[in-house]
Design a protein around this ligand. Structure first.
Ligand code: G3H
Ligand code: 13P
Ligand code: ZN
Length: 311
């Protein structure tokens, strides 16, 4: 099967009360781990590459890795640009074979965000590519300075209809309390996503696919393995998976996960190196990292996204 856009995927996910996992890729073992899980569970999947991933692996390697993945499966696969910083980056990916791009102008003024997102949507749509944009600001624990400042970061439901109408984008990432990276919430706290904001956005945009970034749950078992095998990660907790499941039952059609895969990959490698200090063949330790990536993706598909057997 060739690469597809997320259009039909999101329609089915919205109506079926589940979400599609969008997993960040930057090397072969990560692509393989994700694809083995998605293929075995017959789940549609989004492979996404950030600017950092494109710089690290080079666009041609990423493209051909994903093409190899598609050649070996018949499940629907989307190749998506994660956090496109500007029109030029999005154009580069659209011209280079991506089937979906994100224009992330969420750090700019509302009007500038509209103009840049609209420009990308027009260019993409003429070429059969779909576009995600973002409204609101994702923050981490270090950023949450005051209640007022935190409130200002959430997506304002009053803005979403105008934004979607004027830009013509196909999906919208919103800020409801998730954040990027492995340090999301202080241990001992009880993180709560603003599912009320999500519900209000969904009410204003009936049938429209919503995206959640920063949705890793930071599995403590992997943090423990890393720290017991020479790592020095700080204590932190991630997004509670039951809240993500609830969001996926509603308007959320795409859930982004990167940090959990990084933790799984690193835990597998550290554990392997500690157990076999004489090993120096990368295939031996990378295979253990890949096994963890596969296990994490399988867990997300079945227990969080609900996208198994929807291919
Ligand atoms: O949202 C960001 C993703 O986790 C990608 O991270 O920019 O370090 O590749 P990166
Ligand atoms: P995490 O850091 O929570 O995995 O979020 C990834 C993400 O949003 C990629 O765009
Ligand atoms: Zn993100």
């Amino acid at each position: 099967m060739a690469l597809v856009t997320s259009k039909e995927m999101f329609e089915k996910a919205y109506n079926g009360g589940y979400a599609i996992g969008a997993f960040n890729v930057n090397n072969m073992e990560i692509v393989q781990g994700i694809m083995e899980a998605a293929d075995e569970l017959r789940s549609p999947v989004i492979l996404q590459a950030s600017a950092g991933a494109r710089k690290y692996a080079k666009p041609a390697y990423l493209k051909h890795l994903v093409e190899a993945a598609v050649e070996l499966t018949d499940i629907p696969v989307v190749l998506h640009l994660d956090h496109g910083a500007d029109f030029e980056t999005c154009k580069d990916c659209i011209d280079g074979g991506f089937t979906s791009v994100m224009i992330d102008y969420s750090g700019h003024e509302f009007e500038e965000n509209i103009q840049e997102s609209k420009r990308v949507a027009e260019y993409a749509h003429e070429r059969g590519v779909v576009v995600e944009a973002e409204l609101g600001t994702l923050a981490g624990i270090e950023d949450a300075v005051s209640v007022e400042a935190e409130k200002a970061m959430y997506t304002d439901p009053d803005q979403v209809e105008e934004f979607v109408k004027r830009t013509g984008v196909d999906s919208l990432a919103i800020a409801i309390g998730t954040s990027h990276g492995a340090y999301k919430f202080k241990p001992g706290t009880d993180p709560k996503l603003r599912l009320d904001i999500l519900a209000e956005v969904a009410r204003r945009l009936p049938g429209f696919p919503i995206v959640l970034h920063g949705s890793s749950s930071v599995p403590q078992e992997y943090v423990k393995i890393i720290n017991e095998n020479g790592g020095a990660l700080k204590d932190a907790i991630g997004v509670p998976e039951d809240q993500l499941r609830e969001a996926a039952r509603g308007a959320v059609c795409k859930i982004n996960i990167d940090s959990d895969l990084r933790l799984g990959m690193t835990a597998g490698i550290r554990q392997h190196m500690a157990a076999y200090p004489d090993h120096f063949d990368p295939r031996q330790y990378l295979a253990d990292g890949r096994t963890n990536v596969k296990a994490i993706v399988a867990h997300k598909i079945v227990d969080v996204l609900g996208s198994d057997h929807k291919a």
